[in-house]
Design a protein. Structure first.
Length: 466
């Protein structure tokens, strides 16, 4: 008898939900709306697959390398579908697919190291590492493939199985990615489930899940933590409100374009994008003008158009939030040096916006706007700038921009965040840890730390030979 499609009701009638192209605002496809009750079977199969997957590290390495190659082979199809549902320019989608393959390849060759402890006792103690079991990976809509790989690549390399749930706003490229990976991985080692809530909450709270890894908003992260099964490990990356601090020796002409794209890549929908800029008062007008010129000259349009550099906001709800924050700042006395409004026509387009004269207490400064809007604020003293940079509940990243690198590094060391950059921003190596402080997250992703976050220590004591 044929098995009903995921998301089916009794009697085999499939339940599906619409997927919207943010460049048009129109539905262009549908995805299966998996029902929460179907997760019992999914998680049970993931657990059965885990037993074989964890047992053969050499086979895991070979499979993950094969998976990386399969992603690269399917790169064109993945990138185009990603742009269609997410909105980002096609070049950025290609880069995201490449990063997905690179992360698989990186973790394929990473293995935990056993360690012996010599503490003078007549026993030999060795720390070994064991996988956890089925892992739930819950992924947002801004980087569906890259953030999925950031979760499933280390989890799989560690010997776990994974149930992956993308955002219902961007399910299609992830479903395609799951089909591509299925050509290289054993059955049920990685399962993609798509659907609307309460699917994510049910997955996070499922008693068969041993690790919940989530990227998204602070309120949803708190809900995931509360919902997670009592013995499950939880890793959260909850966004940021990254500040860029410009020093008084900065060369504005040299850094303006880099600073602009550190804020506006992916239409500003990047957790570790620059979202506030603090500038010495005497340079403030020059920086505002330089960034406004970048904003006015950038090509905005559908991601599939070859000339587009900045695509639409991903969804109507986020567009409304960006507009609300911008209008609130303008009502508070801010001025738009560029943009400040939606663009006419179909789709979820907002003009790239540089705000000046923004009150420091405005929500566009204190909250994460997650869109193509950047407030630029003057400061009188460096202590004032550092205090302001550290003055929100977020602590994901930050950057310092200046000519004297030693001085810039000393200022960067004062930032309360997980990663600080000097003269650039939001660039990460696969080999480095990625973490936040305060409300920006719990746990560590990336590099060996990401691998060990998906393992538990197992200690063996053995008497020393006589």
């Amino acid at each position: 008898m044929a098995t009903p499609e995921a998301g089916s009701l009794p009697g085999g009638r499939a339940v599906r939900f619409p997927v919207v192209d943010p460049a048009t605002g129109e539905t262009f496809d549908e995805a299966p709306d998996q029902q929460a009750g179907e997760l019992d079977g999914v998680v049970a199969r993931a657990e059965q697959a885990w037993y074989g997957w964890r047992a053969d590290p050499a086979a895991r390495t070979a499979a993950l390398r094969g998976a990386a190659g399969a992603v690269e082979t399917a790169g064109d199809e993945l990138a185009r579908l990603l742009t269609r549902e997410q909105g980002k320019p096609l070049a950025e989608s290609y880069a995201e697919v490449a990063r997905t393959a690179a992360r698989l390849r990186y973790f394929a060759d990473l293995a935990p190291r056993n360690r012996r402890i010599d503490d003078g006792r007549p026993v030999r103690s060795e720390i070994r590492w064991r996988s956890l079991g089925p892992v739930a990976a819950i992924v947002p809509w801004n980087f569906p493939l890259q953030l999925a790989a950031a979760k499933f690549a280390p989890a799989l390399a560690a010997g776990n199985s994974v149930v992956l749930k993308p955002s219902p706003l961007t399910p299609l490229a992830t479903r395609l990615l799951g089909s591509v990976l299925a050509t290289a991985l054993p059955e049920d080692v990685l399962t993609v489930v798509t659907g609307r809530e309460p699917l994510g909450a049910r997955l996070a709270s499922h008693p068969g899940i041993r690790h919940v890894t989530f990227t998204g908003s602070v309120p949803t992260g708190r809900a995931v933590t509360a919902a997670a099964a009592s013995l499950a490990r939880v890793t959260l990356e909850l966004g940021g409100n990254d500040a860029a601090v410009l020093l008084d020796d900065v060369d504005v002409g040299r850094i303006a374009d880099r600073l602009f794209w550190a804020a506006f890549r992916n239409c500003g929908q990047v957790c570790m994008a620059v979202k506030r800029v603090y500038v010495p008062a005497r340079l403030h007008a020059e920086v505002v003008e330089a960034l406004a010129q970048c904003a006015k000259s950038v090509a905005v349009g559908p991601g599939l158009d070859p000339g587009t550099r900045l695509g639409p906001v991903n969804n109507a709800q986020q567009l409304a939030r960006v507009e609300q924050l911008t209008q609130g700042a303008l009502a508070d006395g801010a001025r738009a040096a560029s943009g400040g409004h939606r663009l006419n026509g179909p789709g979820y387009f907002f003009a790239p916006t540089i705000l000046t004269d923004v009150p420091p207490c405005s929500a566009v400064v204190t909250e994460e706007q997650f869109g193509p809007v950047l407030p630029v604020l003057p400061y009188r003293s460096l202590d004032e700038a550092v205090d302001a940079a550290n003055g929100t509940g977020f602590g994901l990243g930050g950057s310092v921009w200046g000519t004297d690198l030693d001085r810039a590094e000393a200022v960067a060391d004062r930032l309360e965040c997980g990663t600080a950059w000097i003269n650039h921003h939001a660039e990460l190596s696969l080999a480095q840890p990625f973490t936040g402080v305060k409300d920006s997250g719990v746990g560590v992703a990336g590099g060996p730390w990401g691998l060990y976050g998906n393992l538990r220590p197992f200690v063996v004591h053995r008497p020393r030979e006589a």
